[in-house]
Design a protein around this ligand. Sequence first.
Ligand SMILES: C[S@@+](CC[C@H](N)C(=O)[O-])C[C@H]1O[C@@H](n2cnc3c(N)ncnc32)[C@H](O)[C@@H]1O
Length: 263
Amino acid sequence: MSSLSPAFRTAYAEQRASEGRSYRGDDLLALPYLRRGPTARQWRVRARTFDAFLKHVVMPEAERTPAPLAIADLGAGNGWLSHRLARLGHRAVAVDVREDAVDGLGAAEHFLAQGSDFERVRASFDELPFAANAFDIAVFNASLHYAVDLKSVLAEAARVVRPWGVIAVLDSPFYDSDKDGAAMVAEKQAGAAVQFGERAGVLLSVQFVEYLTAERLAIASDGLSWRRRRVGYPLWYELRPLMARLNGRRRPSRFDLWVAVVR
Ligand SMILES: C[S@@+](CC[C@H](N)C(=O)[O-])C[C@H]1O[C@@H](n2cnc3c(N)ncnc32)[C@H](O)[C@@H]1O
């Protein structure tokens, strides 16, 4: 099991709270269409990926499968995506290593109190407590870059998804080149003391993959072939590469929707 120690989980939750990511009440229910607060701008981007996921993955799968879809939400955090899927009538299972009420599975309580119906399972996505072929879809929603061993995490997702089911990756940073990804990681490490304060040591102690490239994904994928569906993001997001070039900075990442069919 991915070794996210209690110290890491605590520091991570504290950091998320300090960044204004502990949503409550109407703000939690609004995700990913949150229109106020310090993170609203990011959610305008994330909402686009979610809409693309519904349109290009969930709806086509639902047309092919008469019963409600079984969907594993891997790295679910507060479970907002599971909540949205449950509201559409699907059987969602929110999986995360954290149970805290900041933005771990404990924060999903509010959805469930509102009558939302999805399961919560505390587990690591590299060792899932599910039978083979248990799901129609596995989705990594802003979470695949937290894999430590990308190959085993993807193999585990492929194991629990039935043949011809789908693995989808939403909102993980993808770079065109490893050079830019490595530069981002170096910047993160160099700025950690300022960004994370005394939590820096713990938060940097786990070797997550941190970013993806098409090549990284392909190399880590046995028998999965990935297709990127380019998402139309707000103009300011689409202009980031141009602004970076004008300012002499490295190329930024972008999210998009990445999809593989399990065979
Ligand atoms: C950036 S958050 C995204 C949360 C949520 N999916 C969202 O979109 O708001 C990444 C999540 O991945 C979880 N995570 C990290 N490593 C994990 C692992 N090995 N297994 C399961 N979840 C993990 C973290 O606890 C965190 O909740």
